[in-house]
Design a protein around this ligand. Structure first.
Ligand code: ADP
Ligand code: MG
Length: 158
C-alpha cells in the first residue's frame, strides 16, 4: 500500500482502493500527532478529505463512531486523553478572519488541528504539519502525504 518516493523522503504516496483504506490511513497518521500539529487536507469535493479525517478522529478519541462533517458548523471539537482535536471544513469560509473568530489561533497552540480546504486561509504553513493531497484514481483515491517540522518523518506509516 505504501510507496515511499525514497526511504528518507518526507513524502509518501498511498493507493486507497476504498473508503476503508482512506479511514485506515487517517488512523495511522494520528499516531505521532500532538498539540500544535496541523493536518492540511487538500483535494476536490468528494476526494475523501472528511473520510480521512474521520479515521484520524476515531484513532485520536478511541471512539469508533462516525464523526459529523463540519460542513456547516466549520468546526467540530473532540476531547480525548491525548488532548483536544479540531476538525475544520473551511469550504464555506468567506474570509480568513472568520477562522480567527472561531478561535483558530488558540487551537493551533493547544490542539491538533485537521483542516479541510486550508486554501481558504491563503498562504498557511504552520511549522509542524502534514500536507495531504487526495485525488481520484479509478474508482479509488490516491494520497500524497508530506511531513514538515517535527512531522517530517511522519509520512511513512506503511
Ligand atoms: N479511497 C476511496 N475509494 C473510493 N471511495 C472513497 C474513498 N475514500 C472516500 N471515498 C468516498 O468518497 C465520498 C466522498 O468522500 P468525502 O470524504 O466526503 O470527500 P470530501 O470530504 O473530500 O468532499 C464518500 O462517499 C466516501 O465514502
Ligand atoms: Mg469534506
Amino acid at each position: 500500500m505504501t510507496r515511499p518516493a525514497a526511504p528518507d523522503s518526507p513524502e509518501a504516496a498511498f493507493e486507497l482502493p476504498d473508503a476503508e483504506a482512506t479511514m485506515a490511513l487517517g488512523a495511522r497518521l494520528a499516531a505521532p500527532l500532538q498539540a500544535g500539529d496541523v493536518v492540511l487536507l487538500r483535494g476536490d469535493l468528494g476526494a475523501g478529505k472528511t473520510t480521512l479525517a474521520r479515521g484520524l478522529v476515531a484513532a485520536w478519541t478511541g471512539v469508533d463512531e462516525d464523526a459529523p462533517s463540519p460542513t456547516y458548523t466549520l468546526v467540530q471539537v473532540y476531547e480525548s486523553a491525548r488532548g483536544p482535536l479540531w476538525h475544520m471544513d473551511l469550504y464555506r469560509l468567506q474570509d480568513p478572519e472568520e477562522a480567527l473568530e472561531l478561535g483558530l489561533e488558540d487551537a493551533l497552540i493547544e490542539a491538533v488541528t485537521v483542516i479541510e480546504w486550508p486554501e481558504r486561509l491563503g498562504a498557511f504553513a504552520p511549522p509542524h504539519r502534514l500536507e495531504i493531497d487526495l485525488a481520484a484514481q479509478g474508482a479509488g483515491r490516491r494520497a500524497i502525504v508530506r511531513g514538515f517540522g517535527r512531522l517530517a518523518g511522519a509520512a511513512h506509516v506503511g
